[in-house]
Write a protein that binds this ligand. Structure first.
Ligand code: ITT
Length: 193
């Protein structure tokens, strides 16, 4: 089985990707390679940030690896918060404050369309590859559900009547932006062997 470092400090992402990839790749966390740094995310696109994170780990630790950068893009807000999703309400990763701000910005808006977009950057044998995954949905009027993380309680994917946080991890990990990107990564890796 292939072994890859997953360059993320987000333990929810790590858990999701481990569930999605279960039996075809051995995922090593940053903790396991003794990396405690906040990896820089200073680019202005998801692609750029995913590459920055992966390159940082390759350069400083020498491992083949991949990174995920994800944004929630809301149509009525000109695709905000986008690359600023993690710090929408200010520095830090306070999901409650971020959701509160987004719900406030959406008050009175008829167009509730939004999408989650994940870009995965893979560095393998000194080459770089990108894979993406998009899921369309709407921003709900209030938070609902307990599972998942981040904006999951206010995002309802198209074709469903519950938020990601109500639908639960198993369903989310079958249909999500991240699952779609991870499956592209999987196809690519299996095409090599
Ligand atoms: P790493 O950069 O260390 O991977 P991060 O949490 O900073 O972790 P991002 O830069 O990709 O990750 O930030 C995206 C933010 O968007 C993240 O903090 C979450 O709040 C939110 N987010 C990402 N994926 C999500 C998902 O599947 N469901 C809900 N919210 C998500």
């Amino acid at each position: 089985m292939k072994t890859l470092v997953f360059a993320t400090n987000n333990k929810h992402k790590l858990e999701e990707v481990r569930q999605i990839t279960a039996d075809w790749v051995n995922i090593v966390s940053l903790e396991e390679i003794d990396c405690q740094e906040e990896v820089p995310e200073t680019a202005d696109t998801l692609e750029g940030n995913a590459l920055l994170k992966a390159r940082y780990i390759k350069e400083h630790y020498g491992f083949d690896c991949f990174a995920d950068d994800t944004g929630l893009e809301v149509e009525a807000l000109n695709n905000a918060p986008g690359i600023y999703s993690a710090r929408y309400a200010g520095p830090g990763h306070d999901a409650r404050a971020n959701m509160r701000k987004l719900l406030r910005e959406m008050e009175g808006k008829e167009n509730r369309k939004a999408r989650f977009r994940t870009v995965i950057a893979l560095i393998l044998d000194d080459k770089e590859y990108l894979f993406d995954g998009i899921i369309h949905g709407v921003i709900t009027a209030e938070k609902k559900g307990e599972s998942g993380f981040g904006y999951d309680p206010i995002f309802m994917p198209d074709g469903y009547t519950q938020t990601f946080a109500e639908l639960g991890d198993a369903l989310k990990n079958r249909i999500s932006h991240r699952a779609l990107a991870v499956h592209k990564l999987a196809e690519f890796l299996s095409s090599l062997s």
